[in-house]
Design a protein around this ligand. Structure first.
Ligand code: M6R
Length: 614
């Protein structure tokens, strides 16, 4: 979490830094700050609140400097406040630093510095780091880069940092371990970002710093990249960005979340592109082909992820077992990494992550790699850490997802996983050709069917009006739609702050049924499939206790329609593909309820899009 931006070159730095921060606000938005180098001094602007508040404050002053660093924060150490906002100055006032990550041994470092007479204005671990660097620099009488390197060897934790000395503002030192950092290469200027969005309009050439690397970034010199532990020089690989500016703007929607919900048909076509060849009866996924023998003979697939990506992993569990008949286990990254799990060489670990930066998922795959397993990454953000760490993988190609609540990334993940399950089923000899072709054909028309679901928007908005004041909600589903119940509940709680729980419908009678009364909305995911009759009974059970039922059903449904308070229809499709349709009304319901409650759906409180700390 936290976003960092840096600029060095001939332009005015402030607008570049502030616009960059606004694009990184998805990474944290409780406070922000900018350090500009002007007239031989460091000018600092820091404010609690959104970047706009800091910008308005700064614009009352001189902001003419042509290099600087900036930060948007998601608090870890110390509450959101002006003092705790980055950038942080060292005691001498000569060094200024922004940091994304956590310094785990900050307390012992703080004690060392307090003993040396250092003082601290904030409660952050970052202020300790900048002072540690000052201390090392003074002890060693060395240039900044060496001091950064030596100081970082004493640090335990994760970081992406930018730091400069007020006497050499045209030379920004950056370093990375565990948090992302990318450098944009312009002509006589350079850009730094937690991702590339802050400088998309200026350059498409980027270098992703790898873990354990640091670099000196100046406007005109070539990048000097070195390993932190040995100071050995390394070559940075230049990547060409394919993202464009339009894809990270709102395009007329009030919120990114709504834009992204509406982008789902297009995003899924992009996920299919070049891979799903329904006319030819083929799926082509290069990452899978490369390791097809390993996949064919794998004893087990372990899927690890967090949050919404974990829900798509649960959907995949049903699909892989159904189509490929391979045992699947689904693991939260955070549990897996600390559990001493049994990982065998013939296991395949699939890591799913929109951002490709989630700390727990990343740690889980590092552990799996050490154990000798093949790691396959499914990420949305090109060049992200998980995508680079994995042996092989498949991008979801959903395009940038800015809203904190994941929507199009989720359906694109399920699309990739469905194609993988089908392909695995084929290579493991589980289908007849005609079955396989029929599945491919039906998958190829899913985007059109999502468009049909989106046409129910007015009905969904009307239903949302009736439940916007609920304090609790229950989501029920069965089979492959049980994870969709979990996802519906997560969407509602994270953006509207209504307490919501997802359950396998049959589990309701083992506890949650006690909660049902006339004030409890129960969202039932009930397409017409193998579990339908059982779901009809579950709906009756809720109605018998005066609960309100809002059901997602297949077009033409009559039985649940007669019992439920509201129904939202999806087009008919194969059971395995229903999650791609049933989740859409639940996304829209959460969106409308949150907007009606006055919540900022793109930036829900306490959350960040990219969770790069554990
Ligand atoms: O980037 P990732 O997919 O690894 O992120 C995982 C979760 O943090 C994420 O899905 C989170 O739960 C979303 N806010 C859900 O909408």
């Amino acid at each position: 979490m936290c976003g960092i931006v840096g600029y060095v070159g001939d332009r005015k730095a402030f607008p570049i830094l502030v616009n960059g921060l606004k694009r990184l606000e998805y990474r944290g938005y409780d406070s922000s700050g900018v350090a500009l180098s002007q007239n031989g001094e460091i000018t600092l602007f820091k404010k609690q609140g959104m970047v706009k508040e800091m910008e308005d404050h700064a614009l009352e002053h001189d902001t003419s400097g042509s290099s600087g660093i900036a930060h948007t924060r998601w608090a870890t150490h110390g509450e959101p406040s002006d003092e705790n906002s980055h950038p942080h100055l060292s005691n001498s006032g000569n060094l200024v630093l922004v940091h994304n990550g956590i310094i785990e041994n900050y307390q012992s470092l703080k004690k060392l510095l307090l003993d040396k007479g250092y003082t601290f204005q904030s409660e952050t671990d970052t202020e300790i780091l900048v002072n540690l660097i000052q201390y090392v620099q003074e002890q060693e009488s060395c240039e900044l880069r060496k001091a950064v390197r030596l100081a970082l060897t004493q640090v335990v934790g994760a970081y992406a940092i930018c730091i400069y000395d007020k006497s050499y503002p045209e030379d920004i030192v950056v370093a990375k371990l565990g948090s992302p950092l990318v450098i944009g290469l312009g002509v006589n200027e350079k850009f730094i970002g937690s991702d590339a969005t802050p400088f998309l309009e200026y350059t498409k050439e980027v270098i992703y710093l790898e873990d354990g690397e640091m670099a000196s970034v100046s406007a005109t010199e070539d990048l000097d990249i070195r390993l932190i532990d040995t100071n050995k020089e390394v070559d940075g690989k230049i990547h060409q960005l394919e993202m464009d500016l339009e894809s990270i703007e709102k395009g007329g929607y009030d919120y990114f979340m709504m834009k992204e919900i509406y982008e789902q048909p297009r995003a899924i076509y992009d996920t299919f592109r070049g891979r799903l060849l329904a006319d030819k009866g083929m799926i082509k996924m290069s990452g899978l082909e490369e390791y097809s023998d390993r996949f064919r003979t794998a004893d087990r697939i372990i899927i690890t992820a967090c949050g919404t990506s974990w829900h798509s992993a649960l959907v995949a569990e049903y699909l892989f077992e159904e189509f490929a008949r391979v045992p699947v286990e689904v693991e939260y990254g955070s549990e897996f990494r600390y559990r001493n799990p049994i990982i065998r060489k013939n296991d395949i670990i699939i890591a799913i992550s929109q951002s490709g930066e989630t700390a727990d998922t990343l740690a889980a795959i590092k552990m799996a790699k050490k154990a000798g397993a093949l790691v396959f990454g499914i990420c949305n953000v090109p060049g992200s850490t998980i995508s680079r760490e994995a042996h092989a993988g498949a991008y979801t190609h959903a395009g940038p997802e800015i809203g904190v609540a994941s929507t199009k990334a989720f359906t694109s993940q399920i699309t990739v996983l469905t194609m993988m399950a089908l392909e695995l089923g084929k290579i493991r000899g589980e289908f007849s050709t005609s079955e396989y072709r029929a599945l491919l054909r039906e998958l190829s028309v899913i985007p059109k069917k999502i468009e049909t679901v989106l046409e129910s928007i007015d009905l969904i908005e009307d239903i949302a009006t009736q439940y916007k004041d609920a304090t609790n909600a229950l989501y029920l589903g069965r089979g492959v739609n049980f994870p969709i119940a979990l996802e519906g509940a997560l969407k509602l709680k994270e953006i509207s702050y209504i307490h919501a729980e997802g359950y396998p419908a049959a589990e309701m009678k083992h506890g949650p049924i006690a909660l049902i009364d006339e004030n409890m909305p129960v969202f039932v995911v009930a397409p017409n499939n193998g579990h339908y009759e059982k779901l009809v009974s579950n709906v009756q059970e809720v109605k018998a206790r005066s609960g309100k039922v809002i059901a997602v059903v297949t077009k033409g449904d009559t039985e649940i329609r007669n019992a439920a308070d509201h129904v939202i229809e999806i087009p008919e499709t194969l059971e395995a593909l229903t999650p791609l349709l049933t989740v859409v009304p639940l996304q829209l319901l959460s969106y409308f309820i949150a907007v009606m409650r006055g919540c900022d759906v793109d930036r829900p409180r306490n959350l960040a899009k990219s969770v790069t700390v554990e």
